[in-house]
Design a binder for this molecule. Structure first.
Ligand code: G4P
Length: 530
């Protein structure tokens, strides 16, 4: 096997999806724990420090208990290389959330045993389904009173229309929670009391559920219930089928308690042995195979101000093929220029390190001054255009102005940066002085207001507008375009690149413009227009 094949085969790039409070952060930390004790101390500490250092940036997160900035954590376990992408889990979607899920090959869905499938989990699941992303389920908080396992399995099956099969089975619940029986490996793992920080042991191998060992290790009623439940589960649930899982049709379900570090090893082993290796990526012309020799990747996220000392921005690039080496020059088909990859980084928890080499499935952070945009390809020459990276029409439009009118210029700069990051759409009406910001979820206005205040020191006010929607306009014939622009000045704006955008007051206004100017194209997203 070639080096590239070897490296691709040992990679698992995944995200955790959940509703706030289900235990995603706790589980992430425990998964990192398995990345090795030394790294653990570093990782968790780095995380704490990064939090403190970025306390302003994280203010919204702290106040609302939401995770606004998503990041990447890479770690090794048992010879495998894992890239865990954090998906922001607040009630409202940002485009980032969707795009992050385009950069993973599988996901873990965390469910609170007392709550079952919650709204946010369902929404994120729907995004995964669009690309048939395989899902492993982790039912968390078994140390608390929760709902019956059968009821939870049934709910997953019914609400998500997924085949469900248990990978482990819980023994008791809440105060009487004793541990789990691993159905994939016929192993009994008991939860040690007070073992919060420690590593759980491997569990005891059994010769199936009839093994008399179980009778000696568990109370009589617990063994009886376990045998009865599992027997029923085996009748009610289909057998695990790895192909069906990888096609996104079936989810294996693990039970555990993240805070007690229980069931996490089984889950991680599940990801290691079941989750798919990096998948081929579609482009406009062909699928790019992860084992191809030439390097390629696409930008799925831009983040600015990760390091307050540098005002550069980081483009998150998902590598799709080849053997990347630091110092390479990669082609940037959109601009036709070459980009020098002098100091790309990989992310270890919240820490960064220079990436000397990388393979398909890895996420590189590429520092740049704005040349790289979401959806851009980087290649060794081929003019690839990756597809399937969603972009959204701004559905909600609000005006924004600085509380102190003298800060208008600063606000302009802040909005320019936010627009380039892809965090929101920003429009400057041709007539009038307020900026208009377009987003896909209402909470984003609040998040943006907070960012603009803390990062750019410009307190702002968002205000409702009577605007209905925005369309990028284009035409083959620039005279026709000019005529349209001149005739509709009061409804025209420019986006952050200076490209023209038509701001419709209502559906009728838009229809009317389209009827009057049949040769003008009205695009819902900028990507379609250019
Ligand atoms: P999130 O990222 O999905 O929002 O959830 P997070 O991990 O922050 O967990 C939410 C709360 O649930 C935390 O409690 C956490 O300690 C708790 N939790 C996580 N896993 C388990 C579990 O297995 N059992 C129990 N009983 N609780 C769990 P908190 O009170 O909000 O925070 P903290 O003070 O404990 O940190």
């Amino acid at each position: 096997m070639s080096r590239i094949e070897d490296e691709v085969n040992r990679r698992r790039t995944f995200a955790i999806i959940s509703h706030p409070d289900a235990g995603k952060t706790t589980l992430t930390e425990k998964l990192l724990l398995f990345g090795g004790a030394i790294q653990l101390a570093g990782a968790v500490k780095a995380r704490g420090e990064a939090r403190r250092a970025r306390s302003d940036w994280m203010k919204v997160e702290q106040e609302r208990g939401i995770s606004v900035a998503s990041s990447v954590m890479s770690y090794e376990y048992d010879g495998r290389a894992f890239n865990l992408l954090d998906t922001p889990g607040h009630e409202d979607f940002s485009e980032d959330t969707y795009r992050t899920l385009t950069a993973v090959d599988s996901a873990i869905m965390v469910i609170d045993a007392a709550k079952g499938i919650e709204e946010q989990t369902r929404k994120l699941f729907e995004v995964c389904r669009l690309r048939d992303v395989p899902i492993i389920t982790f039912i968390n908080k078994l140390d608390r009173e929760g709902r019956e396992p059968f009821e939870l399995l049934d709910e997953i099956e019914q609400t998500l229309a997924l085949d469900v099969t248990p990978a482990s089975w819980p023994i008791g619940m809440g105060r009487s929670f004793l541990g789990c029986y691993d159905l994939f490996h016929e192993r009994l793992a008991l939860m040690a009391k007070g073992a919060k920080g420690g590593m759980p042991d491997m569990g005891e191998s059994c010769e199936g559920l009839d093994d008399p060992k179980l009778d000696s290790m568990l109370p009589e009623d617990a063994v009886a219930k376990l045998r009865e439940d599992v027997e029923m589960a085996r009748v009610l649930c289909p057998e695990f089928d790895v192909e069906s899982y990888r096609a996104g049709h079936m989810t294996p379900v693990f039970f555990g308690s993240a805070v007690n570090n229980f069931g996490v090893r089984e889950l991680l082993e599940g990801v290691a042995s079941l989750a798919p290796t990096p998948r081929p990526q579609p482009t406009a012309d062909r699928d790019v195979e992860p084992t191809e020799n030439k390097v390629s990747g696409f930008v799925f996220k831009i983040q600015a101000n990760m390091d307050p000392k540098h005002r550069d921005r980081i483009a998150f690039v998902r590598l799709c093929s080849g053997h990347f080496k630091r110092g390479m020059k990669l082609a940037h088909p959109r601009s036709g220029k070459q980009i020098n990859m002098h100091n790309p980084v990989i992310f270890l928890a919240q820490d960064r390190e220079l990436a000397e080499e990388a393979f398909a499935g890895d996420i590189l952070g590429v520092p740049n001054h704005g040349q790289l945009r979401i959806g851009d390809a980087l290649t060794e020459g081929e003019a690839l255009r990756f597809t399937g990276i969603p972009s959204f029409a701004p559905e909600l439009l609000q005006k924004v102005r600085p509380i102190d009118p003298l800060r208008a210029k600063h606000l302009g700069r802040a909005l320019q940066q936010i627009a380039e990051e892809g965090a929101a759409r920003v429009f400057k009406p041709v007539m009038g002085s307020d900026w208009v910001v377009g987003v896909v979820g209402g909470l984003q206005f609040e998040v943006l207001a907070d960012r603009i205040r803390t990062e750019f020191d410009v307190p702002v006010i968002f205000e409702p507008t009577t605007l209905y929607t925005a369309r990028w306009v284009a035409a083959e014939d620039h005279l026709i375009l000019k005529k349209f622009l001149d005739g509709n000045q009061s409804a025209m704006a420019e986006d952050h690149d200076g490209d023209p955008v038509f701001m419709a007051r209502n559906a009728w206004h838009l229809d009317r413009a389209q009827e009057d100017f049949p040769k003008i194209q009205f695009h819902k997203t900028k990507e379609q227009a250019f």
